[in-house]
Design a protein. Structure first.
Length: 232
């Protein structure tokens, strides 16, 4: 299989200026290929989320460059970046951030509606198919607050997949789940990589999660201290 680089960072630094300047991420460089399952680990407060937000174009570096799918994104306007994010990235957070006033299926079709590539009928069909795939077929009309934590996270994954992203970025996706629901989310993400050639980049504290991945990046004090393939 050909190796395709989907994400590249070169000397990415994110500083906050203020009374007390803070460096969230220092000189991070990495290259991620399609089909990799990468775990980002490190102590609390080490900058894992900050790095993920930079790589997910939710935040911009103060210096350094980022390429996504071969395109340098650090030179784009905010509007262009929003479009790239919608088309190419999917996000799963520790807290699901589903819209509580919308049904499960409507939460999943919102990103498709925003992108506007599919007809209304196609959007609904795709949203339902994604949810059926994740074992949520009998919950389509429910509201998020009627679901368990694990079910909500599956809806969040379906939503992340809505626009068929190149990369799924997850920030402690199992951080709020019991062990059974965690195992389920881990398996779903792992299958996306191994059966569907998606790329997953996940911040996690869960050693089992990291073991399921192919590669571990360790962050200490905002720096990439270690970046290695899983030993086995
Ligand atoms: N907006 C902010 N203002 C000030 N400090 C911040 C801000 N965001 C994050 N930090 C600090 O930067 C460090 C890294 O945060 P974060 O990336 O959330 O770490 P992690 O996800 O590894 O726990 C922490 O010390 C945090 O308190
Ligand atoms: Mg964090």
């Amino acid at each position: 299989m050909t190796v395709t680089e989907v994400l590249r960072a070169e000397n990415v630094t994110r500083e906050l200026t203020g009374e007390v300047p803070v460096t969230l991420v220092k000189n991070a460089s990495l290259s991620i290929n399609r089909g990799e399952f990468v775990s980002i680990m490190g102590p609390s407060g080490s900058g894992k989320s900050s790095l993920l937000y930079l790589l997910g174009l939710l935040d911009m570096p103060t210096s350094g460059k980022i390429w996504l799918d071969g395109e340098e994104v650090t030179t784009l306007t905010e509007r262009q970046i929003a479009r790239v994010r919608l088309e190419k990235l999917g996000f799963v957070f520790q807290f699901h951030f589903l819209l509580v006033e919308f049904s499960v299926v409507d939460n999943v079709l919102l990103p498709m509606a925003k992108l506007g590539r599919l007809t209304d009928k196609e959007q609904r069909e795709r949203a339902e198919a994604l949810l059926v795939d994740l074992g949520m077929g009998d919950q389509l009309r429910k509201r998020p607050d009627q679901l368990s934590g694990g079910q909500r996270q599956r809806v969040a994954i379906a939503r992340a997949l809505a626009n068929d992203p190149l990369i799924i970025l997850a920030d402690e996706p199992t951080g709020n789940l019991d062990s059974k629901a965690s195992a389920n989310v881990r398996e779903i993400l792992s299958e996306l990589v191994h059966d569907r050639n998606k790329t997953v980049l996940a911040v996690t504290h869960d050693p089992e999660f990291a073991r399921a991945g192919d590669r571990q990046i360790h962050i200490v004090d905002g720096r990439i201290e270690n970046d290695e393939l899983r030993p086995d």
